[in-house]
Design a protein around this ligand. Structure first.
Ligand SMILES: [Zn+2]
Length: 499
């Protein structure tokens, strides 16, 4: 499988060759994903460490923009940026028992240097940085006046995944932002959790166009060391969900383990309440590819497109190229990224190529356009051409870019419509999950008592309990019993298959 994929990757690297892409995303989602990652040159899987890929320019340019919007939003809400070391001493990880237990199987350890001489102490390549941040929190936080203490960093983290890896979706190294905040009370920490959810909506939904549902995870699915875990599930066209940002209210074990105390207004020493939030940029990028792409290739929301406008000269003649250059400069002056396709491909091949790459707008310019003072514009999101006066280009781009984003968000939101169905027993549950739905059902308990029923769902339905909504729904109507054991339902939960 991997060999075959490698061969294909070599082929498309023959520059200037015709690139065609036409795979049904609905019918062959898996093949579609593998192919688009290679053809659009998003990630090269041939790097010779298993589970690691090279991020190529087309994905990096988009992810840089994604980072920009996420960081800007976090900073606006009072988070300060940090860059922490990649290495974490083993003793830090050990300070919180469930944390070390949860992460140990996935940790890459650094145990030697130089000629295999042992390091003074065993070090972890950060799988996540709670235990790096909080040790420093104890040095920086002294008084209630220091709170809330809101931080974040953009970083790459390492986890030895044993499940099959997939570019951007699951790799042994991924790129993310982790935000860590200390608060004076549990109530204030919970407000932070809600703010993190709002941030997710503002950035992932309103800018990246990703629809999701935020769930509180059941007790058996919490982040190691968390009192409460909330996570956003994005839906794939094949009905499976991908977990996107999660935000956690941590148990005070972390604050106690690292002795993060503050003097409160009443003069007493108290332990802080900590929250952490982790939007994984590379995995969010996977959802952008998956949610927006179609059978012809990628589609990018305007603000995070690696390239916003491609200019295709119908012939490589001086008069046409001069005009193309003028258009490019005009767009760039307005901070719109633009490129002229000067390759040897035929105009038709150029059209296919840039549609596959997901460039939101294409400007076509030939002799006819120059003579008439017009331009032909093509919108990737709806696949339609429009002819405009060349004097109107900037106002057209300004207006259309907004329409493109609105349209992509609407299309993506529709993905969720009719996808959530109510079920009352195991058979209905299995049938609806098999047909690519998210099931809403009654459940006995999201505490340890319900773990048995959750296991039945994992084994027999091959799906998992994603959790409850933040605004808890009370069982009512036909949802009154646990979908598995039939006992009186305490909760309304959602069940889906996960990537
Ligand atoms: Zn049950």
């Amino acid at each position: 499988m991997e060999k075959k994929a490698e061969k294909k990757q070599e082929k498309i690297e023959e520059k200037g060759k015709k690139v065609t892409f036409n795979i049904s995303k609905e019918k062959n989602f898996s093949e579609w994903y593998t192919e688009i990652v290679q053809k659009a040159e998003l990630g090269d899987i041939r790097y010779n460490v298993k589970g690691f890929i090279v991020f190529q320019p087309w994905s990096v340019m988009s992810m840089e923009k994604m980072y920009h919007y996420m960081e800007k939003t976090l900073q606006r809400k009072g988070h300060k940026p940090y860059w922490f070391p990649t290495l974490i001493p083993e003793k830090n990880l050990k300070l919180e028992s469930s944390h070390i237990k949860g992460f140990t199987p996935e940790v890459f350890w650094v145990t030697s240097h130089g000629n295999d001489e042992p390091v003074e102490e065993k070090l972890a390549l950060r799988p996540t940085s709670e235990t790096a941040f909080y040790q420093m929190f104890s040095l920086w936080i002294h008084s209630y006046k220091d709170l809330p203490f809101k931080t974040y960093q953009r970083a790459n983290v390492f986890r030895y995944e044993t499940k099959a890896t997939r570019p951007f979706l699951r790799s042994r190294e991924f790129h993310w932002i982790e935000a860590h905040c200390a608060h004076e009370s549990e109530e204030k920490a919970m407000l932070q959790v809600k703010e993190d959810m709002e941030t997710t909506r503002e950035v992932l939904h309103d800018i990246f166009g990703l629809p999701f549902i935020f769930f509180e995870r059941p007790s058996w699915d919490r982040f190691p060391g968390a009192k409460r875990t909330f996570a956003a599930d994005v839906l794939n066209p094949d009905g499976k969900v991908v977990q996107q940002p999660s935000t956690h209210l941590l148990k005070q074990d972390f604050a106690k383990g690292f002795n993060v105390q503050f003097k409160d207004k009443d003069g007493k020493d108290k332990f802080v309440w900590i929250t952490c939030y982790g939007p994984a940029t590379s995995r969010i990028f996977a959802s952008v590819i998956i949610v927006h792409g179609d059978d012809k290739g990628l589609k990018f929301p305007w603000k995070i497109a690696p390239l916003q406008v491609v200019i295709v000269p119908i012939k490589n003649e001086k008069k046409i190229l001069d005009e193309a250059e003028k258009i490019k400069n005009n767009l760039e002056e307005k901070d719109i990224s633009a490129e002229i396709d000067l390759s040897e491909r035929s105009p038709g091949d150029k059209f296919y190529f840039w549609e596959m790459k997901g460039v939101p707008l294409r400007v076509e310019i030939g002799e006819k356009e120059i003579k008439e003072g017009k331009l032909t514009l093509f919108r990737r999101d709806i696949g339609k051409k429009e002819v405009i006066s060349n004097l109107d280009l900037l106002s057209y781009v300004d207006k259309t870019s907004k329409e493109i984003d609105k349209n992509l968000i609407k299309q993506a939101d529709n993905l969720f419509n009719n996808r959530v169905v109510d079920v009352v027993d195991k058979k209905q549950l299995k049938d609806s999950i098999d047909s690519g739905k998210i099931a809403r059902c009654g459940f006995c308990s999201v505490d340890e008592d319900g773990a048995g029923c959750a296991e039945v769902i994992e084994k027999e339905v091959l799906a998992s309990v994603r959790g409850t909504k933040l605004e808890k729904e009370t069982p009512s109507g036909k949802i009154t019993k646990c979908v598995i054991c039939g006992k009186k339902a305490k909760e309304v939960v959602y069940v889906a298959r996960q990537y």
